[in-house]
Design a protein around this ligand. Sequence first.
Ligand code: FEO
Length: 172
Amino acid sequence: MINEKIAKLINEQVNKELYSGYLYLDFANYYADEGLDGFAHWYEIQAQEERDHAMMMRRYLIDNGVRVTFDKIAKPDKTFSKISDPLEAGYEHEKYVTSLINDIYSAAFAIKDFKTMQFLDWFIKEQGEEEKNAEDMIKKMQLFGHDAKGLYALNQELAARVYTPSATGPAM
Ligand code: FEO
């Protein structure tokens, strides 16, 4: 059994991860509508990864005797006026998620919950990677996105993203 406050924070984070997946699917909807199927594909995979994150947290709670509860998933509320907007929104969102993971980590640290800290180590690393990916996408768009050929090539590059399940994540 883990501390009640920590369990509550992780349970809330399950919802936030599911929301992240929902948000990225909304990005994919936007790009599909813009005819940028590679961008749409990239965010569809990102949405799958977010669901994996939620499932990993859910499993951690269950394996530690916690009754997981679900809340409503908020409606994605971003509006886009240009094709770089979701990329910027994605970067901001990942920085926010990093702050949430850090908050849970801090709470676990404060009560010497080393097991949860170890569980969260994977997510700390993952957030570093996700922020970098989001930042790289913005840079690439700034460099190549204004030219039709460049945008075409970028779309092709993003279309090649392969989904890798996060099952190699934290040991439960
Ligand atoms: Fe689950 Fe994109 O952080």
